[in-house]
Design a binder for this molecule. Structure first.
Ligand code: FPP
Length: 228
């Protein structure tokens, strides 16, 4: 991979768990379970190749509209995943961070999230960022309120310090799996100059080799950031 330019920040909309399961005659939850395995695999790979931030859309502000049982399953899966993953984060120097408004989650899940953040706070390798009860419009409104509270001048720099992603910088590569071509309220500000990749692959089937292809394509793209 020596000729490949490694981006600093990769963001992924992990889509297609439900369809993956349906195609196999399984319950949607089986797709989420398999999707969690892909999270583990892709996080490990991004850590190995030196990506600094991997931001994954795990639960949106709109996902509460799903059937109660599916929402409950996702909450439990998340809690189980974070507890199991802690040793892997620490072994691999991976920092964990949540973005979004987690105050709507159960106290148990909030505690697991805070504990995982605190215990991995001094890790210096990849930061795995999970977007949880995240919506970009919601984040932007919260950031504006914070900017006002702090009585800061309205500048791009000050605004960015009030976003959940403060200090992480913009997204370099945005990937969405499953063939859908939209942003779905994800990192609207941070994706301003992102190179975007849309793949037909369902998230549970996404793998390192497909990410390699995207990184290779990214390396060949000329990013002009509005200049010529
Ligand atoms: C989209 O697929 C996926 C989600 C809404 C949730 C993402 C969750 C995971 C990848 C698994 C758990 C994550 C962690 C970090 C443990 P969909 O259900 O919308 O699929 P569909 O569009 O085919 O119905």
């Amino acid at each position: 991979m020596s000729e490949i330019e490694i981006p600093k920040h990769v963001a992924i909309i992990m889509d297609g768990n439900g369809r993956w399961a349906k195609e196999r005659g399984l319950n949607r939850t089986a797709g989420h379970e398999e999707g969690a395995k892909t999270v583990r695999k892709i996080t490990s790979y991004c850590s190995d190749i030196g990506i600094k931030y991997l931001t994954l859309y795990a639960f949106s502000t709109e996902n509460w509209e799903r059937p109660k049982l599916e929402v409950e399953f996702l909450m439990k899966l998340l809690d189980r995943y974070l507890k199991k993953e802690l040793s892997v984060y620490l072994e691999n120097n991976i920092k964990f961070k949540a973005i979004g408004d987690i105050s709507r989650f159960s106290k148990t899940l909030q505690n697991t999230i805070y504990e995982t953040q605190n215990k991995t706070a001094s890790c210096t390798g990849l930061t795995q960022v999970l977007a949880l009860n995240y919506g970009s419009k919601n984040e932007i409104i919260r950031a504006i309120k914070k900017l006002n509270e702090l009585n800061l001048e309205v500048t791009e720099e000050n605004f960015e310090t009030c976003l959940d992603t403060a200090g992480m910088g913009d997204v370099d590569i945005l990937i969405r799996t499953s063939g859908e071509v939209r942003l779905s309220n994800y990192l609207l500000w941070q994706n301003a100059y992102a190179e975007m990749f849309f793949t037909q692959t369902y998230w549970p089937d996404f793998n390192e080799s497909e990410l390699d292809d995207i990184l290779s394509d990214f390396s060949n793209r000329e990013r002009r950031f509005g200049a010529i």
